[in-house]
Design a protein around this ligand. Sequence first.
Ligand code: PMP
Length: 448
Amino acid sequence: MKREHLIKPVLDHHYPTIQYGKGVYLYDDQGKAYLDASSGAVTAGIGHGVQEIIDAMLEQAGKVSFVYRSQFTSEPAERLAKKLSDLAPGGDYWSFFVNSGSEATETAMKIAIQHWQEKGRLGKNKVLSRRMSYHGITMGALSMSGHVLRRRRFIPLLEDFPVVAPPYCYRCPLNKTYPACGLACADDLETAIKRIGAEHIAAFIAEPVIGAAGGAVVPPEGYFKRIKEICNRHEILFIADEVMTGIARTGAMFAMQHSGVEPDLMALGKGMSAGYTPMAAALVKDHVMEPILKGSKSIMSGHTYSANPQSAAVSLAVLDYMEKHQLVEAAKVKGSYLLARLERLAEQFEPIGDVRGAGLLLAVEFVSDRISKLPFPAGLGLTSRIIDKAFHKGLLVYPAAGGVDGAGDAVIVAPPLTITEAEIDLLVQLLEETVREVLQEISGFDRG
Ligand code: PMP
């Protein structure tokens, strides 16, 4: 292998060099165009190369890019926190700014634990999550995640936080069917709480729509209302991980708005700055902050770049752009157009077992048999084959660990919210060619 210096995800893989991006396209140094139907990692929500954001970056850089949060505050950070609170379900949120989704979920976890400590409830320090979940790559965030592959290497170093059943109706982990199930997956949280003891539990964390660990898995109607009711009854804080779903992606500014639930804490990232700069946040309801304000008056966490004015100014510009171009509405309208097109694809290809999602966070799950929903053998690497073939054709889609515990195949389709219908048509055409060719390649595989 050639000696290099940049550590890339797969060390012996060739990654094209991108020279610039415009709208939904990225262009490499060979002149090849890529239709970014994954918004990178479901991040570039307003597309690439937007002039208004570049202008806002330059304007802030001309004033000051960095101040240290222990010494100063800044106007962009103050304005951004107020704006997020105004937009969030029910308002009344404080913001703690960080730099990645992992830091956001981990900060939310720490604040939840501190909340109980300030109230003298020192034993409440476990965080429950769901078996199909991804809340980040750092040790604390991984401890709260059910993503088998990303955890495996570090299991001995992780906190042994319990997980409960996910709301994965396509393959119900409890072998039930909605609505006859009576939301048994939500009640599984209560069973776990009773087993562990609420006096040991600080919080429950969940993605409103499961992303990388399942592929745009939308919970059944009433699920989060039940979850919140269970959390309230047992004095457990509810953290919504909106890192992937937040900031208009699902056709609402926050995906929790679809279920009418106001989380005690939220984690935001990705779409918050739409990829123009690292930016993320833990949002904390006023009642969660209250004992901290009365007590130690300081959150025992933070990073050097937390609340830096440069990233805050970019994030404000992204939110302004979204409002100006009505991108919440666009996610809804373009999302249902794309969903209908993907559903038509499923009529063409027997191995497409499920098409699902919300707004422009959609996914296609593949099965070797539609009736039994049996996944393809892992050794076939179907998801990778589809991602690679699409990439070759100039289409970017995002891998998801479909199936229970990642034992299945799914790809997420989540283009920038600015995508046009004509661009969606091209996206679907490229995906159709990809699926056809990959299925031909594997047509003789051994189902045993
Ligand atoms: N939570 C969710 C739901 C995510 O999708 C991700 C990233 N895929 C994270 C947390 C972690 O975010 P980051 O990669 O920015 O640390």
